[in-house]
Each structure stands twice: as structure tokens, then as C-alpha cells.
Write a protein that binds this ligand. Sequence first.
Ligand code: TRP
Length: 454
Amino acid sequence: MAQKSRETFGSRAGVLLAMAGSAIGLGNIWRFPYMLGQNGGAAFLLMYVIMLLVFCLPVLISEYLVGRRGASNPYRCFSVLAPGTGWRWIGLLAVLSSACILSFYCVVGGWSVKYLVESCMNGFTAGQNYGELFGAFIGNAWKPLVYTMIFLGLTGLIIVLGVRKGIERMSKIMIKVLFVIIVLVVVRSLSLPGALDGVRYMFVPDFSKVTTSVMVAAMGQAFFSLSIGCGTIMTYASYVRKDENIAATSAGVAFFDTLFAIIAGLAIIPAVFAAAAQNGTAANVEAGPGLVFITLPGVFSSMPLGRIAAVLFFLSLLLAAITSAISLMEVVVSFVIEEMHRSRGRAVLAAFLLCGGVGVLCSLSFGPLENFRLFGLGIFDFFDYLTSNILLPAGGLLLTFFAGWHLKKDNYLDELTNGGTIRIPHWLCCTIFYLVKWVAPIGIALILLNCLFF
Ligand code: TRP
């Protein structure tokens, strides 16, 4: 099969930054803190770290490896590596999952555009009911749609500029800006009286809180946060030069991703406890998806320098969301370019229309379509639940089957060590391989079955 020569990333740091830029996003800043709050604090964090190391890191390494070896979009990757087999359907599943994620992701991306605009124009004043304001905004019939389209449009624009000029350059700048800003917010929030209770809540586990539903949530969150299981990493890996150290880059991505999640937690949870201490109420960390958007404006409004902190925070949230949305859209776009032979511009337009269309439905499910249910969930919640807890783990599971059983050990180790040119201890390579071949598939399958049938 004739392959056009593909663009590659320009530098080594560029790959790490672009992958970290994909991984670090709303998943860390919007989703992680509220999942942590809903699932028992430190107990969830502990499960999250275990899931990450035992299941998700091996999946990440495998996805990276398969993507680099196949050097094309997820669908073609499998056709190249396993011609004439059914494996290529995983690739198609990956493209579909990415489109599903982007469809609700752009809605939350739109909310962060709105909150950035709001914090710049008006700021947040004390004494407002931010829960009500948030509810009124997302329930509005057209306002959130406008913001969703702005967010998706920005994402498409960056993608049209191409891999090196667009994605790499944007990721490089944004991820550094994000880090600085969010550390500033952490310092601010830790210095508030009463914040220490929040730190304790995050790091001192109550083991009675470890239940199977916490495990399902932690695994789903780890898949979502690392951007694995739906071809994102595979697509980026296809732009990577052959001399990259796969295991080291993957470990780096997982490390920075977790670091950002914990930092985001530290920016949010202690601030919630501090505000509660001030008002003499119990800390409401279980606010759910609204946590960032409901609790923080209140927190910002009642703290010194809150206006600036709010602008910086929502700017960083938006930046993080865009680098991740870019990676999701790129999966769909590279598929349309290479399988349907369309130009990059047209492919972006197609992705925009498809995900924007479903995104509109997701957004409306907080307002006019509130009563429309899919399997008992609203449209937004349905896509969120379906992707994180089912499609991504299923994609990861199939991928470990492919990497562990189809590629075979020799090929896998060859790819890990770049044909023996980089030195990785043999025991480490073997440990990774056996995690991929046995431990991850069995563990993921058990949790997936639990989630589906219990
Ligand atoms: N990981 C990103 C976040 O934390 C979201 C994301 C980007 C994603 N690409 C993905 C999630 C692929 C799952 C699969 O916000």
C-alpha cells in the first residue's frame, strides 16, 4: 500500500509536550476534582494511581508503540500491521469514540470560554448564587451553543494549520502557561484559612470508601485523563520519529498528567473547604460536574486578588481544553484525510459539523432536551458515561490483545528498545510486556464486566 510521507514532530520535547497537551485537559481540571469529591477523596486518588500504573501505563505504551509501528491513522494502522484481518475495526471504533468524546467535550470547552469571558468582563461578586447562575446558563436554549461553536471553531482553526505549525507550536506554549498559572492558583488557595482540611481529604485515605464503583470510576478517569483507548495517542505516535524512547516518553506523559490532576485538585478542593469553614457550613465537594463552575466563582469572589485568580484560572482551563480537543479532532481528521481522500480543510469541516451537531444535542440536554433519556441518562451524561467507563476501557482491552497476542513478544520488545539501540533493562521490558499480555486485559475485563452487568 503506497504511503504518502507523513509529517513528523520537529523535536523530542515537542512530542512529549504535544502528548502531555493532549492528556492534560478538562479531564484533569474539571473532571478529576469532582470525581475525587464524589468518590471519597484520597481513596479515589489511591485507586486512580494503582489503575494508572497497572493498567493504563501499559495500555499507553502499547498504543504509542502500535501507532508508531503502523505510522498512520488508527484504522489504517491495524490494516498495515495485520492485513486482511478484523483488527482494523478497532481502528474504526477508535475514530468513533474520539468523535463521541469531542461531542460532549466541546460543550464543557464552551462553558470555559463563557466563564473566561465572564471573569474578564464582570468578575465574580460575593453573595451570588453561583449554582443557580450556572444552571441558568447551561439550561439556556442558545447561549451555551454559541460558546460550544466558538470552542470547536478555535480547535478546527488550529488543526487546519497542520501538525508542526499548529498542534506542536500551540501545545508547546499552552502547556507551560498552564503550569505557571495553575501553580499560582494553588498557592493562593492553600493560603486560605481552613484549606488544610481539604489537603487532608485529598491525601489521607479512608479505606472503607474503596468500592467497586470507585474502582470503575477511577479506571474510567485514568483512561480519560491519559487520552488512551481511542486512537489519540496512536495518531500522535504516527507522527513520531523512529528513534523516540517509547517507554520513557509514556512514563513522562503519565507523570505530568497525574501531576496536573493533583495540582488541579489542590487548586480546587482546599479552596472549597476554606470557603465552607468561612461560612460555617460543611464542604460540598460532591457538587458533581458543576464543581469547577459553581464552587470556584464563589471562592474567587470571596478571596483577595480573586478577580485576577479567576481570569487566570479560566484562561488556563480553556488552554488545557483546547490542546486536548485538538488531539481528539486530529483522530477524526486524519481518518477522513487518509481513508476518504479529502483535503485537510474539508476533513476539519466534516469533523466540525459532525461533532458540533452531536455537541448541540449534548448541550441542549441541560435545557430544552432535559427530559430526553438514553438508558436513563441525559444525552450529555450518556456520552460521558459511555466513553469513559465503557468505550475507552474496551478500546484499551482490544489494544492490549493486539499488542500482547498479535504482535508477539519479540516484536514488542524490539519496538520498545528501538531494535536494541536503547538500553532498557530486560526485566523491565518483560514486566511491561507481561502487564500488557496478561495483567491489564484481565483486570480491565473484570472491571468492565462489573460496570456493564452489576
Ligand atoms: N485526556 C484529555 C483530558 O484529560 C481528554 C482527551 C483528549 C481524551 N484526547 C482523548 C480522552 C482521548 C480520551 C481519549 O481532558
